[in-house]
Design a protein around this ligand. Structure first.
Ligand code: 13P
Ligand code: ZN
Length: 269
């Protein structure tokens, strides 16, 4: 059996959590990540015998039998690199997704993030849209969060503003961002609402809270959030100043052609 702390998915998860903390996106226990694992690969590191069984509090038959590396509830991203076995866990969903067998980690008796419903339901939605999706990531980046206090939460308006703030935004997230109004976090309700929004885009803003991103690997998902957050930062730098020019829809169409992407239907004139 190989040492799980040397597994590429574990090394990448630790690096990503550390990097997210370094970016200031995950104060205290803020944020959570889940990564869908390949069972055959996992078997090289674990005997797959459950250590404990946890209740999920929801059904997710689409994910039954699937294994995830996930951050723990109440755990600090800052500490992941120093004690991965305490702050992270590997679970396998069983019983139609109503139970999660803990295969490794959460060694202080902890459990998966309180946002597990939003993560698992978002995985279901994104896997339908893209069978190669592996990651759901949530964090609290300051500029995107600030923007939800002063900008219209209409998804088209919010997306168009972000696209206009950096030339490459439309290339990185041509599907735009969807936005949820403030809702109580850590519930199945916000999980279901997030997953519904994930059907049409990989970025979902939670007003006055943070953002969810989804992608094929940790790097790509990190980069997606990083790009949107950079755009929000530019917005906050200029929002109070008289606007002299912006990226026009005509220029956006040039970007679509040059980079082979298609902007969300009806979002450009
Ligand atoms: P957890 O510590 O349960 O992961 O919660 C953090 C968070 O960001 C809630 O939205
Ligand atoms: Zn949060």
């Amino acid at each position: 059996m190989k040492d799980i702390l040397t597994a590429p998915f574990m090394v990448e998860m630790i690096r990503t959590a550390t990097n997210m903390y370094g970016h200031g996106w995950d104060e205290r226990n803020g944020g959570n990540i889940s990564l869908l694992l390949d069972e055959a690969e996992l078997k090289e590191y674990l005997d797959m015998r459950p250590v404990r069984v946890l209740e999920t509090g929801f059904a997710a038959p689409e994910l039954a039998g699937k294994c995830f590396l996930v951050t723990g509830t109440g755990k600090y991203f800052k500490n992941v690199q120093y004690a991965p076995d305490v702050n992270l866990g590997i679970v396998r969903l069983t019983d139609g997704g109503t139970k999660a067998e803990l295969l490794w980690g959460f060694s202080d008796g902890g459990k998966f993030t309180s946002e597990f419903p939003a993560h698992m339901m978002s995985h279901i939605a994104r896997l339908k849209a893209d069978p190669a999706n592996r990651v759901v990531m949530h964090c609290h980046p300051a500029n995107l969060l600030a923007m939800t206090y002063v900008h219209d939460l209409d998804e088209k308006a919010f997306t168009r503003t972000l696209w206009q703030m950096c030339t490459e935004c439309i290339v990185v997230f041509p599907d735009g961002v969807n936005v949820l109004p403030w809702m109580l976090c850590g519930t199945n309700e916000i999980g279901e609402a997030t997953a519904k929004k994930m059907e049409t885009t990989r970025l979902v803003v939670w007003a006055q809270h943070g953002i969810y991103g989804a992608g094929r690997d940790l790097d790509e998902t990190f980069g997606l959030i990083e790009t949107a957050e950079k755009a929000a930062e530019i917005y906050l730098k200029i929002a109070h100043l008289p606007l002299k020019q912006t990226i026009t829809d005509e220029q956006m169409h040039l970007l679509e052609q040059r980079f082979g992407v298609k902007a969300r239907e009806g979002y450009l004139s």
